[in-house]
Design a protein around this ligand. Structure first.
Ligand code: 0A1
Ligand code: ZN
Length: 882
């Protein structure tokens, strides 16, 4: 078991590295790396301390100190560390030659090969798999990299920074030299070498710099890279406009590879991407893919300032770059697309992924206090809740002060490795506010609940809102076991008059529509209120909390129809549906039963809503029609959950809404159909029309499987986009029988050479809520396109089953748990990071009813008790069981 690392134990490095010269001679199995490091003692470190360089699976070939081979006993070498016992107490140069085997690197950390392309992944601690180094983010150096390779094997050679030189390097070999003038930590280092196609363009920055932008992909796929290329230019322009941040090198390169552990990586000037988040054509990518590509391109580009120019002092500060950069990419997508629609999507992700994490055994603060394996902390909490904290800061300070705070942060911390305290200090200085209490958001895990009660006094014409915040007590390894203290919670709110429109009424404590709840309990009095209003609370989801507020059904219907805040209109529909779902799932009602009058009331409200405005904003309407997911319902129930009952409740309500709204939905489908021959556009408006047509199809097919199947089959035939094809296949996949099997077989055949499309096909089948799915998944694991070595394949097939098919993962006989555990163990020897992530499917195990809980615990214990586990899997297993 890996030792525990604690934030409280942080010490500066005893040595610093100012300059790094790397000579990387690429070879499939024997790549040689010569690193020349200009070192010096750190005045802030311990004088005379040994120099301990990190390593991982390295073969050392040679070491020299100031040009001389090191004497016997001067150094000690293991695959994990190179120690120089008595380093000079002045600047000195260490030259280290190592050898690595990229073809054998299945962990996809360090230097590896993906479909024959050499690439690297160094965050968080992969650089030590290339050479011995002070592999920590507060050691920042200027890098010059020489890359050499066979010209045939790797005609394209890319590094960080700007290209300096290239030429011949002996028979059949060539080289390129890259120089990055910006000091950076080792985790931002990258090299790429391979046969790659290129698309390129230029961007002139607001400072007048001419930047060559390029996207490199597998040869032949260049046409699918243009959307990503355009997204880079739009990101550059947006960051200049919105945050005054300009790009700072002469080239910006993006490379797509097919084997990648995460989404993408922000290496300085050389972003490396999972090809899923670069390649797009109408025929192979869905609207959701286009939106993700745009968001992730933006995310990695924005890291150039929030992450690279200002980096993290240590890995506890991960949210400093990730939360902030997610906030920035969310703002970008909101500006480029529809703000309310994007906000709803953000909150759905937060509730589906972060809330369960915060409520389970892996809960940790946005800035954890301890970790065993840092790769397990690239979580929804650090990323998504981290972004919510930045958004709350903007809400509290207002957009102008927030922007000034950002400017101050960037200018005071530029070129440094910073902390959350440095970030907050910039905003405290600009606003004159004390942000110490606000900072608790970074330290306390768990989702707060805010209970709200409203009371109208007709005699005084006042309306009083009382708030009480309650904070879960969370004692896990990653969180200090202290009693939680009250949080600073911005509550964006308004009053809606009973018949619609804003209600009159004022409160001095509400400014710019925001009330700040800081005390455990507080109340707010509005004066001059003419009639009992309906409060619209946490508009735009102004804080990542659960709201406990007993609105009546009629009040919710009022909000759905009349609230000025689009998010809360959607929220009203969601909570109406959630009420029905929770009631039915916990009553143990059978599938055939009607969902009852509440379902009909919801149907009527949705009918009115659709008649009034579905065509005006189809994307929003599609979201209003989409019921809360099974996992969200499980969270709302909280304990002794029966996933089958939830599925039945949801299915019954889909059937009922489909019946209530059937004719309307069919009408909308016709009204929104794309005229034949009209050109494809991935823009938000066109995607919104497709989304509503397909949401309609989903409900129609639920209510009428036969008619729905016919509609879906027809759509599958006629579809000209992957969005429509997949949306037709989805309802078909829910109806057992020949039509389904034929459609699936045909789709699989059509896209047999398109791995990213097959991923969608794997995922769809893995999510079928039927007992036969487990065998289907096992069968598909033998499909020629499937490989445990490719993270995208594992995620589409196995993780879709384990994380997105609650009824089958939680099969009462435990077979879903067993399959997951089996794959985790089979994968752990190859790729521990992906194995550990799959194991997080057990996050909800304590919430399910007793029989399932026992079986889940057995599977988890089996994993935990397996000898020779990676630190990654053993960490997740250990914390899940703790
Ligand atoms: N910094 C990247 C995420 C990332 C983290 C670790 C990785 O190693 C396997 C890869 C990527 C981001 O936020 O996009
Ligand atoms: Zn990031």
């Amino acid at each position: 078991m890996q030792t525990i690392v604690r934030l409280a134990d942080y010490r500066p490095s005893d040595y610093l590295i100012d300059r790094v010269e790397l000579d990387v001679r690429l070879h499939p199995t024997e790549t040689r790396v010569t690193a020349t490091l200009a070192l010096r003692p750190n005045p802030a470190g311990e004088a005379g301390a040994p120099l301990v360089l990190d390593g991982d699976e390295l073969t050392l070939l040679a070491v020299a100190l100031d040009g001389q081979p090191t004497g016997p006993g001067a150094i000690e070498v293991t695959p994990r560390a190179l120690t120089l016992h008595q380093p000079p107490q002045r600047p000195f140069v260490l030259e280290i030659e190592t050898q690595v085997n990229p073809s054998a690197n299945t962990k996809l950390m360090g230097l590896y090969r993906s479909n024959g392309v050499y690439c690297t992944q160094c965050e968080a601690d992969g650089f030590r798999r290339i050479t011995y180094f002070l592999d920590r983010p507060d050691v920042m150096a200027v890098y010059t990299t020489r890359i050499e390779a066979d010209r045939d094997e790797a005609p394209v050679l890319l590094g960080n920074g700007n290209p300096v030189e290239q030429g011949e390097a002996g028979p059949g070999r060539h080289y390129a030299i890259w120089h990055d003038p910006h000091p950076k930590p080792a985790y931002l280092f990258a090299v790429v070498g391979g046969r790659l196609g290129r698309v390129g363009s230029r961007f002139t920055t607001m400072e007048g710099r001419e930047v060559e932008i390029a996207v490199y992909v597998e040869p032949g796929k260049e046409g699918r890279a243009n959307f990503a290329l355009d997204a880079v230019a739009r990101s550059m322009a947006w960051d200049e406009r919105t945050f005054g941040r300009a790009y700072d090198l002469d080239v910006f390169n993006v490379v797509a590879v097919s084997d990648f552990n995460m989404g993408a990586m922000e290496n300085k000037g050389l972003n490396i991407f999972n090809d899923k988040y670069v390649l797009a054509s109408p025929d192979t990518a869905t609207d959701a893919d286009y939106a993700n590509i745009e968001a992730i391109i933006a995310h990695e580009y924005f890291h150039n300032w929030s992450g690279n120019r200002v980096t993290c002092r240590d890995w506890f500060q991960l949210c400093l770059k990730e939360g902030l950069t997610v906030f920035r990419d969310q703002e970008f997508s909101s500006d480029e697309r529809s703000r309310p629609v994007h906000r709803i999507a953000e909150v759905r992700t937060l509730r589906a992924r972060q809330f369960p994490e915060d409520a389970g055994p892996l809960a940790h603060p946005v800035r954890p206090q301890a970790y065993r394996e840092i790769n397990n902390f690239y979580t929804a909490t650090v990323y998504e809740k981290g972004a919510e904290i930045v958004r709350m800061l903007r809400t509290l300070l207002g957009p102008e002060v927030f922007r000034r705070g950002m400017d101050r942060y960037f200018s005071t911390c530029d070129g440094t490795a910073a902390t959350v305290e440095d970030f907050l200090a910039a905003f405290a200085a600009e606003s004159g506010r004390d942000l110490d209490a606000f900072a608790r958001w970074y330290a306390q895990a768990g989702t707060p609940t805010v209970a709200v009660a409203g009371a109208y006094d007709a005699g005084r014409r006042t309306y009083t809102l009382s708030f009480r915040q309650s904070l879960p007590v969370i004692a896990t390894e990653a969180a200090a076991a202290a009693e939680p203290r009250p949080l600073v919670i911005p509550v964006a709110l308004g009053l809606v008059a009973p018949g619609g429109g804003p209600a009159a009424g004022r409160s001095e404590r509400v400014s710019d529509g925001v009330f700040v709840l800081e005390a455990p309990e507080d109340s707010l009095v509005f004066t001059d209120v003419e009639a009992a209003p309906v409060p619209s609370l946490f508009r735009g989801f102004s804080a990542p909390v659960k709201v406990d507020h007993a609105l009546t059904r009629d009040e919710r219907l009022t909000l759905l129809a009349h609230d000025g805040d689009a998010f809360n209109r959607w929220q009203a529909a969601q909570s109406l549906a959630m009420e029905v779902l929770v009631a039915r799932a916990t009553a143990g009602a059978p599938l055939a039963a009607e969902a009852g009058p509440e379902g009909d009331a919801l149907g009527r409200a949705l009918a009115t809503f659709l008649d009034g405005e579905a065509l005006a904003d189809p994307a929003f309407a599609a979201l209003v029609l989409t019921l809360p997911g099974e996992q969200e319902v499980a969270q709302a129930i909280g304990a002794d959950v029966d996933p089958d009952a939830i599925w039945r409740a949801r299915q019954t309500l889909r059937v009922q809404l489909g019946r209530n709204l059937g004719a309307r939905l069919l009408g909308l489908r016709d009204a929104l159909a794309q005229p034949p021959g009209a050109p494809f556009s991935p823009d938000a408006a066109s995607a919104g029309r497709r989304a509503l047509r397909n949401a309609a199809l989903d409900l129609v097919a639920a209510a009428d499987p036969e008619g729905g199947t016919a509609l879906a089959v027809a759509q599958l035939e006629d579809a000209v986009t992957m969005t429509d094809r997949l949306a037709a296949l989805a309802p078909l996949s829910l109806v057992p029988g020949e039509a389904r099997e034929a459609a699936l077989a045909r789709f699989g055949e059509t896209y047999r050479d398109e791995p990213l499309v097959l991923d969608k096909w794997f995922a769809l089948q893995a999510m079928i809520p039927e007992a036969g799915t487990l065998e289907r998944v096992r069968g598909l694991m033998r499909h020629p396109a499937f490989s445990l070595g490719n993270p995208n394949r594992v995620r589409s097939l196995v993780a879709s089953f384990s994380l997105n098919n609650p009824t089958q993962f939680h099969r009462p006989d435990g077979a879903g748990y067993d399959l997951t555990a089996e794959v985790v163990l089979a994968l752990d020897g190859k790729n521990p990071q992906v194995a550990a992530r799959l194991l997080t499917a057990f996050n909800t195990w304590r919430m399910v009813e007793d029989g399932r809980r026992q079986r889940a615990a057995e599977a988890l214990r089996r994993v935990a008790g397996t000898p020779g586990l990676s630190p990654d899997v053993s960490d997740i297993a250990g914390r899940s069981l703790a």
